[in-house]
Ligand binder design. Structure first.
Ligand SMILES: *Cc1c(COP(=O)(O)O)cnc(C)c1O
Length: 385
């Protein structure tokens, strides 16, 4: 959740500097008027340094980050892009916007992409794989990247929910060829609306940078209107006020994740004697701990857990109730997805239905009071005890 919980003086000072030094809100040009203030550029450089990548490109949203990443790979109509059944609609929307066919895998007990299902979903038309780290827990990246490499298909990490997490010491978003981040208001760090792509390959970075800016190749020695162009594109540019907020939020990222991890550990500790099974984490995971998720015996028990928590004014988040926006099995409003799965999404993901139906998600917030784990324990104990 949480970046928004820490919005304060640092974000305001960053914004104030933009206005104090000329009020230039556009990331490019106006060099004589902006007194050296380039917030979006600085935010990209700082994010790139934090992730240890080759380049970083700020964009208007996480959805735009997915779309631009696919454009950089040259994804075109007729291509298939494989992602997972449990994700936010945005991942699939990015694929549809690229004109490609969205194919979703089943999830496994990590609640992320099931490597065996990925293997089964890859076809000769598969041109990209988008793996998602739902609610901050890493997917089985080692297995997934190995399968992708064997088939010669690039991996994009939808890191909207994994910002600040890592696997085997390497930040999430930096295991595939590109990592797409979201800074919307509910994400681990926020710019209100915004996103970022990180790159391992300067050629992909250059393509993405041009495509997100109408094809502008941003030749440093030319005025903007004389820029060269090799392709058309779109406008997904971040603006200076978002860049300013991003710089302040990035400086708080590690603290946000550390607090979440500590709160999640306390919550797990309080629940450990209950007959539940925690969501699996791949070996070497450093999750962002956006939520503590566990499985119960069946859907009815999951719903009873939710009711018991609501009665003491403690909410669940996403599961078990919110299938609507986060589970492909219910997206009948996406004809391309329905067609790709044989015309009936309800039958397409039996294992995902089963797992999600008996999962309970407890949200972690920075401001979570110290007595919440015990209150959750006693509410859940009344159902599971
Ligand atoms: C939030 C989110 C996005 C989209 O991000 P926006 O910045 O809201 O456009 C994409 N994918 C996943 C998994 C998300 O949770």
């Amino acid at each position: 959740m949480p970046g928004f919980e820490l919005i304060g003086r640092e974000e305001k000072e960053q914004i104030d500097e933009v206005f104090a030094k000329g009020g230039i809100l556009f990331r490019h040009g106006f060099d004589a008027l902006r007194n050296g203030v380039y917030k979006v550029r600085d935010f990209e450089r700082a994010f790139n340094a934090r992730m240890g990548t080759v380049d970083a490109l700020a964009v208007t949203s996480g959805t735009a980050a997915v779309r631009v990443a696919l454009a950089a790979l040259g994804i075109a109509p007729g291509d298939e892009v494989v992602t997972q059944s449990f994700t936010f609609v945005a991942t699939v929307e990015g694929i549809i916007e690229a004109g490609a066919v969205p194919v979703c895998t089943e999830i496994d007990d990590t609640l992320n992409m099931d490597p065996a299902s990925l293997e089964a979903c890859i076809s000769p038309r598969t041109k990209a794989i988008i793996v998602v780290h739902m609610l901050g827990t890493p997917a089985r990246l080692t297995e997934i990247c190995a399968i992708a490499a064997r088939h010669g298909v690039p991996v994009i990490e939808d890191t909207a929910w994994g910002c600040g997490g890592a696997l085997h010491g390497r930040p999430l978003g930096t295991h595939g060829v590109m990592g797409a981040f979201s800074f919307d208001f509910a994400k681990t760090m926020t710019t209100g609306e915004g996103g970022m792509i990180v790159f391992q390959d300067p050629v992909l970075a250059a393509k993405a940078r041009a495509w997100h800016d109408h094809g502008h190749e941003n030749n440093p020695n030319l005025p903007r209107w004389e820029d060269s162009r090799a392709s058309s594109g779109f406008n997904y540019r971040m603006m200076e006020l978002q860049g300013a907020v991003g710089l302040a939020q990035l400086a708080k990222l590690d603290r946000v994740v550390a607090v979440q991890v500590a709160k999640a550990a306390a919550l797990r500790q309080a629940l450990q004697d209950l007959p539940i099974e925690f969501r699996a984490e791949p070996a070497g995971s450093a999750a962002t701990a956006d939520a503590v998720i566990f499985f119960v015996a069946n859907k009815d028990v999951a719903r009873a857990c939710r009711e018991a928590l609501l009665q003491v004014k403690l909410g669940t988040k996403i599961l078990p109730e919110a299938f609507t926006w986060h589970f492909a099995g219910t997206w009948d409003h996406m004809p391309a997805l329905v067609r790709a799965h044989g015309g009936d999404l309800r039958k397409a993901f039996p294992r995902s239905w089963e797992l999600l139906g008996r999962a309970v998600s407890l949200p972690i917030s920075l401001g979570m009071a110290d007595d919440v784990p015990q209150r959750m324990r006693s509410a859940l104990g009344s159902v599971l005890g």
